[in-house]
Structures are given as C-alpha cells and as structure tokens.
Write a protein that binds this ligand. Structure first.
Ligand SMILES: Nc1ncnc2c1ncn2[C@@H]1O[C@H](COP(=O)(O)OP(=O)(O)OP(=O)(O)O)[C@@H](O)[C@H]1O
Ligand SMILES: [Mg+2]
Length: 251
C-alpha cells in the first residue's frame, strides 16, 4: 500500500493545565480516503485535529502529512497541505467581510488580482454564499458562517481536508449540499462528527476515539451496527435510523 497522507503515530498530548487529552493515538489515512472520526464529547477529537496542522504540537509521538513532519520549521507548507474547518466558525472568521476572510489564505500563498478574486468567488459559490461576499461575517447566521468557514478552506485547495463537526447547525438542505461538495472533491477527508448517518453516507471508514485513545478503526457500517461498541462509547443512532436498511453505502 502507498504511504499514508496523514500519519499519526503514538500521539500523546496534555494541555498546559495538566489535563491529558490523548494517550498514544495511531491513525493512518491514505490518499483519497474519507474517514469519519467519531467519539463522545471530550474524547479528544478536536485535540487530535489541532495537531494535524501544528496548532498544537505533539507531547509524544509524531504527525506527518505526505511524509512531511508537522513541526515549526514546516508549518507554512503543512498549512498549505492541510485545511481545517474548525468546530466553531468564529475561530475561522475574523476580518471585515466574507470576501476578505476567504481571500486571506490564498493571498498568503501569493495569489492576487483576478486570480485571487476568482478563487474566492468559486469557493463562495460552492457553498452557496457568493451573494454574501461583501457582508461582515458577524452579521451572518451560525449556519451561514459555517458555510463561509468551509469556503475559506476550500479556497486553499488543500490536499487534506479536515472538518470538525461540519454538519452541526446546518439546515438539512445545506447539510446535503455540503455532502455533495465533499463527495465531489478529489481530496483526502477526515471528518469529525456526531452525525452518524452523515458518517455512514460519506465515509466508508470510521475511527472511534474514546478517552484519548482509538477504540475502533473499521468500516463505518460495522461500527454503527456494533451495539456493544456503540453503547460503551456513548454513540447513539438517531431515532428510527437503521444502517441495515440503507441500500447504497459509499465505498
Ligand atoms: N484548552 C484546554 N485546556 C485543558 N483541557 C482541555 C482544553 N481543551 C480541551 N480540553 C480537555 O481535553 C479533553 C478533550 O477535549 P476535545 O475538545 O479534544 O474533545 P472532543 O472529542 O473534541 O469533544 P466534543 O465532541 O465535545 O467536541 C476534554 O476532557 C477537554 O475537557
Ligand atoms: Mg470537539
């Protein structure tokens, strides 16, 4: 098999207050895979995600992206390769207009003028937010801000797209449209989610993180139909949802 795009080895991390959030996590994701990262509140999912582009740095173990170690001296290149849509869109949007926020990353890569404008508008168009380009992000609804946050990352054309709870606060049509965007992209995707039907729809493989460790790494269908595993890690299917009654699963 090819070497993984995302290669997390024996990653352990404690926050400065001493709280240990990760205890030796291994995760390997290959090019073009879409993997869901599941697990209860406080499992360490966001902490893991923040290691993938060097916002947090490994206490022990290592993280590399296409063979390049996530370390201070490679941060610029790592951040070009890995785009993260944060759990809270307000951590991603900080400029005066939607257009400026989406232009920020590509402008840092050296894009300017018409090429930059085109990159920005394409990304906004993809998430259905082109008409909001000149609005201040803080005047948008939460779901609209999340869509803009996705656009800021799409505009970077990353190799690996990491999304932390992308479907939360999206209306059903936006949730479906985001799924279509993700399916249409030729990138490697790691998606943190509590939305198990969304994981099943989009990600053939799921990794379950619980209390800072990986407790399962299997086809999503197998995870969602393993009642003992689900119960042990506070995973619950929405009422009435039965994975066995879905007739076309992603591959
Ligand atoms: N800045 C911080 N300082 C200290 N502890 C923290 C900090 N951020 C998170 N933690 C702790 O680390 C653990 C993992 O948190 P994390 O945010 O990674 O969980 P999560 O799996 O993303 O949860 P959720 O599903 O609620 O988003 C939790 O116990 C949390 O309280
Ligand atoms: Mg989280």
């Amino acid at each position: 098999m090819s070497s993984p795009v995302l290669d997390v080895r024996d990653l352990a991390f404690a926050y400065p207050d001493g709280h240990q959030a990760l205890f030796g996590v291994d995760l390997h994701v290959h090019r073009g895979e879409r993997v869901a990262l599941l697990g209860p509140n406080g499992a360490g999912k966001t902490t893991l995600v923040l290691h993938l582009n060097g916002i947090l740095t490994a206490g022990r173990g290592s993280v590399s992206v296409s063979g390049l170690q996530v370390a201070k001296e490679h941060l610029q290149e790592i951040r070009r390769r890995v785009g993260i849509v944060f759990q809270d869109p307000d951590d991603q949007l900080f400029l005066g207009t939607v257009r400026q926020d989406v232009a920020f990353g590509p402008a840092n890569l050296g894009l300017k003028g018409a090429a930059l404008e085109q990159r920005v508008m394409e990304a906004l168009d993809r998430v259905g937010m082109a008409d909001f380009a000149d609005r201040p992000p803080h005047h948008l609804s939460y779901g609209q801000r999340r869509r803009v946050a996705v656009a800021t990352v799409l505009a970077m054309e990353p190799e690996v797209l990491v999304l932390d709870e992308p479907s939360s606060n999206l209306d059903p049509a936006s949730r479906r449209e985001l799924a279509e965007i993700l399916r249409g992209l030729d990138v490697t995707v790691l998606m943190v989610t509590h939305d198990l039907p969304y994981a099943l729809e989009l990600c053939p493989r799921s990794v379950v993180l619980s209390e800072g460790g990986v407790v399962a790494d299997r086809p999503t269908f197998d995870v969602l139909t393993d009642e003992a595993l689900m119960a042990a890690h506070r995973l619950e299917l929405p009422w009435g949802f039965d994975p066995r009654r879905i007739d076309s699963l992603p591959r």
